[in-house]
Write a protein that binds this ligand. Structure first.
Ligand code: UDP
Length: 500
């Protein structure tokens, strides 16, 4: 990876007028405009710098483009900067830090760890400093660049906020060690923002706020796809074989599917998955152990073998359910592992999943599609994710821990039946039995299987949960709510230190 700061180009393709033109979004946009009109003058003359550690992959990179472009439209100049280093060890270290914040891994950091962390942050801070002007506002995302923000805030006397997208709702030796490591940098910040009240650490309550992540309803990831567009995307990605003409040519990079011999092969060379025809249970995430891939795969195998409470009790009220259980398939999709810069564990997790897949009998292997989604085009990747979520009967997020889980909000917005774990981030979104279902223990395959079977067996309830989920996503997880919260906070920080 390149050293130093990279400024990500954020194109202004969609404006608030386009959002407002949609009946379902109009009120939310009008409220945002009205509130912004009162807040933005207080930020006059300042540029807001969003800083994180990767231009693509994961929830933060997902949200930043729209946040930046809508802030600009509302009159707040904003930029997105990504830190970089040639030292892979830095990302190994920050990945460990990330896992520790989620409560897993071996606690403890050496002097060399801190030296490496601070050196990369210092180099990037020097680079970014050249682009900053007096009064600019820093919004630093996640632990990787946290030291950079503290350094620049002190050196240039700039107001700075730390946006932490991860967290755990309990403490253990792992979390204590991560927060000890980060504590020296907290003092440099005016304020911190967390995704749930349970996550607030290292900052006193009067310097900490809660803002839920949010989605962009008109992005390629979330906008409505007509049946012909949806089929076209699946055809272009080579996820379905098409027997008719489609408008657009195949994507430059298409989806690959794990074959029984353990290699990824172009999905169209593998056996058809049955998308658009069969009921699908789908999880789309990064290849991270905490996403609960292995127990989900094992749980699905239980389900297919009829090893569930419902099957033992005779199958439930829906006469179609036995057949549904026979033909349902599992899709496990994640980014092409070669493309993720700050996720050194990705390959390991995928290797473990590959091994588990290879141990399945041939008929079950046919019923499980492990997909590597191309990341070379963010747009095409987003369209593929969108189409897969919309083509699924159930969207799962079986995370062992989850900071928030944008994939959940994305599926809710699409009116999917969502099944999540009880990880803190997911409980902020799904109310069990109202907007979807929560799996009591995501690491236990039998529990996962029982929950999936129940949800598949109840089509009416699925439709009700989907409707409720869409309304909840509209009310709480759209980008407009989030921007209003950011504006309020930025103004509060600036007004608290008029000298900066
Ligand atoms: N995602 C994607 N392509 C993939 C896998 C994931 O675009 O191949 C997106 C997914 O749709 C979601 C984001 O990456 O928008 C993941 O965010 P989330 O909050 O669920 O988890 P994180 O990766 O931040 O832990």
């Amino acid at each position: 990876m390149k050293r130093g700061i990279q400024i990500v180009d954020v194109s202004h393709d969609l404006g608030l007028d386009e959002y407002e033109a949609h009946a379902s979004l109009a009120r939310a946009v009008q409220e945002l405009r009205a509130e912004a009109a009162t807040l933005v003058p207080a930020l006059a003359g300042r540029r807001v710098w969003m800083v994180n550690s990767t231009p693509q992959g994961g929830g933060v990179a997902e949200m930043l483009p729209r946040l930046v472009s809508l802030l600009r439209e509302l009159g707040v100049p904003a930029e997105w900067a990504v830190i970089g280093t040639g030292e892979q060890r830095f990302f190994d270290l920050t990945k460990r830090l990330h896992n520790l914040i989620h409560g897993t891994g071996t606690p403890g950091f050496s002097t060399a760890d801190r030296e490496l962390y601070e050196r990369v942050n210092r180099d990037n801070a020097d680079d970014l400093a050249r682009r900053l002007a007096p009064g600019d506002l820093l919004v630093i995302h996640d632990p990787q660049p946290m030291a950079l923000g503290a350094l620049l805030a002190e050196r240039l006397r700039l107001p700075a906020l730390w946006r932490c997208h991860i967290g755990l709702d309990r403490e253990n030796a792992a979390t204590a060690s991560a927060w000890d490591f980060l504590a020296p940098y907290a003092g440099g910040y005016d304020h911190a923002v967390f995704s749930a009240p349970e996550y607030v650490r290292a900052f006193p309550p009067h310097r900490a706020a809660v803002i839920h992540p949010a989605l962009d309803p008109l992005s390629d990831k979330n906008r409505l796809l007509s049946p012909v567009r949806l089929t076209g995307v699946l055809a272009n990605a080579c996820l379905v074989r098409h027997h008719e003409q489609v408008l657009t040519p195949p994507f430059a990079d298409t989806v690959e599917r794990l074959a029984p011999d353990g290699r990824f092969v172009p999905a169209e060379q593998a056996e058809p998955i049955g998308i658009l025809y069969r009921p699908l249970v789908t999880q789309i995430s990064r290849w991270d152990r905490l996403k609960g891939w292995l127990p989900l795969l094992a749980g699905f195998a239980h389900l297919k073998r009829g090893e569930t409470a419902l099957a033992r009790a005779g199958g439930g009220p829906d006469p179609l359910h036995d057949r549904r259980r026979r033909i349902v398939r599992l899709v496990l999709a994640g980014p092409d592992p070669a493309s993720i810069q700050d996720d050194p564990e990705g390959r390991e997790v995928l290797d473990a999943l590959r091994a588990a897949y290879q141990e399945l009998p041939a008929d079950l292997q046919r019923d499980v599609a492990i997909l590597s989604l191309p990341m070379s085009s963010r747009r095409q990747n987003a369209l593929i994710v969108n189409a897969l979520q919309r083509a699924s009967t159930v969207v799962v997020q079986n995370s062992i821990e989850e900071g928030f889980g944008l994939t959940v909000a994305e599926a809710m917005w699409k009116r999917a039946a969502v099944v999540g774990s009880r990880a803190c981030g997911i409980r902020q979104q799904i109310r069990d039995g109202v907007d979807g279902r929560l799996i009591a223990d995501p690491s236990d395959p039998a529990t996962v299987a029982d929950c999936l079977d129940e949800v598949l067996a109840h089509p009416r309830e699925r439709a009700t949960w989907g409707r409720n989920a869409e309304r909840r996503a509209h009310d709480a997880f759209l980008v407009f709510t989030q921007i209003a919260q950011w504006l309020r906070l930025l103004v509060r920080v600036v007004e608290a230190r008029p000298e900066a």
